[in-house]
Design a protein around this ligand. Structure first.
Ligand SMILES: *Cc1c(COP(=O)(O)O)cnc(C)c1O
Length: 402
């Protein structure tokens, strides 16, 4: 009866809902499911941050509308954190905007700059809101394949000149979800150079900068000299402090870009619950030991998973950062399992069939690569957000079925 807008109709199918459905069904049937699918930390938020929330929430001053631009104290804590972590100086008055989780900012940002038909350069595979935000703003995603032979970095030289002219935005995300790839400062320099030459705004998604292994320290794109002329960077407390459900993140960088996003948002939301902002300050300024602890934990899980997969003859290499293992589907598998994963809109591709097979035959949930875009096809993603014991269980089950 109701006709969806062209924009909503153009959104890619949200595969993850379908996977959730299949997973719930399997659980209802009483099956023991090993869930390597969710990119959501399994550890709790550190208790000093929770304590601060309790305390702040009992103060009636936090019960009113928050300021759209976020508490000054939070913006100052973010500026201090950026300077300590990356030696990047940010003005808390003009260059930082707290967000209700970085996803909303990432998805709303295109509304500030795209006109109907403008292009956004979107890496593929990638986090779904890059495409979704572009389409909802009336723009067109131009997909840049992230290929294994190029270490899952976009090959900027290959972007056609007519597209460069029509592109207003480009998304960059390292450490990368879903591939686990990382970027070094030389690549970031190339990005800034490309963006300046072609008058393109760079949207850098830095959600995983603190989740890294063996002492590796990811860089911020804003570390590049002159990057701030063209860049807005998104970060979040979600992964660093196990706070995905709290919804708090921020945008920082070029003042004009930050204020344009603020203008869009002032028409959509009314800020982050002040008690959560106060707890956010505590997160950034309090003890940081638990970050080392969770990285150690993910690292052990990573090593268990990689060693297990290799023992099965699977080609797998350990990511330096983020908590995902991105795997090529092994060639000779019978992928005839039938599951309605993918919904009506999408054909069952190899990655969907293989994921369905793992669920059906082994009770293992993974994310099919196509859920992150067409160039993700042929891969699956496993997340390191379950215990080492459960990862070992998954390996044993794989050994039995493969
Ligand atoms: C988890 C994640 C985020 C963070 O999302 P929040 O909305 O801040 O919870 C951003 N980008 C990517 C690629 C992610 O995987």
């Amino acid at each position: 009866m109701f006709k969806l807008s062209q924009k909503v109709k153009s959104l890619p199918p949200y595969l993850f809902l379908e996977i959730d459905k299949a997973k719930r069904k399997a659980r209802q049937e009483g099956r023991d499911i090993v869930d390597l699918g969710v990119g959501d930390p399994d550890q709790p938020t550190p208790s000093h941050i929770i304590d601060r929330l309790y305390q702040a929430a009992s103060d009636p001053l936090t019960h009113r509308y928050a300021l759209d631009q976020g508490l000054l104290g939070l913006r100052q804590a973010i500026a201090k954190w950026y300077n300590n972590r990356f030696r990047v100086k940010l003005n808390p008055e003009t260059e930082i905007l707290p967000l209700i989780g970085s996803k909303e900012g990432i998805a709303h940002f295109p509304l500030a700059f795209l006109n109907e038909g403008d292009y956004t350069l979107v890496p593929d595979p990638s986090y779904p809101p890059y495409k979704g935000g572009t389409i909802l703003a009336g723009g067109r995603p131009y997909l840049i394949p992230l290929k294994e032979e190029n270490k899952f970095l976009p090959d900027l030289k290959k972007i056609p000149f007519n597209i460069r002219r029509k592109a207003k935005l480009m998304y960059i995300n390292y450490p990368n979800n879903p591939t686990g790839a990382t970027a070094e400062i030389d690549f970031y320099r190339e990005v800034v150079d490309f963006a300046k030459k072609n008058k393109i705004i760079v949207i850098s998604d830095l959600a995983y900068s603190e989740i890294a292994y063996n002492g590796y320290r990811p860089s911020s794109l804003l570390e590049v000299a002159g990057a701030k002329d063209v860049t807005i960077e998104f970060h979040s407390l979600s992964k660093t402090y196990n706070m995905t459900g709290w919804r708090i993140g921020w945008a920082s960088g070029n003042a004009q870009l930050v204020s344009a996003l603020a203008k869009v948002k002032s028409n959509i939301d009314s800020g982050i619950f002040s008690a959560i902002q106060l707890a956010g300050i505590t997160a950034l300024e309090g003890p940081q030991q638990h970050i080392k602890d969770i990285c150690q934990l993910y690292q052990e899980r990573r090593d268990t998973l990689i060693a297990g997969l290799q023992s099965l003859g699977w080609q797998a290499s350990p990511p330096k950062a983020a908590f995902y293992v991105w795997l090529k589907i092994p060639k000779k598998t019978d992928t005839s399992a039938s599951l309605s994963v993918g919904g009506e809109h999408s054909r069952a591709t190899d990655s969907i069939k293989f994921s369905a097979l793992l669920l059906e035959k082994a009770g293992i949930v993974v994310t099919p690569g196509i859920g992150f875009g067409k160039y993700g096809e042929g891969y699956i993603r496993m997340a390191l957000t379950i215990s080492k014991e459960r990862i070992q269980e998954a390996i044993e089950r794989l050994r039995r079925i493969l």
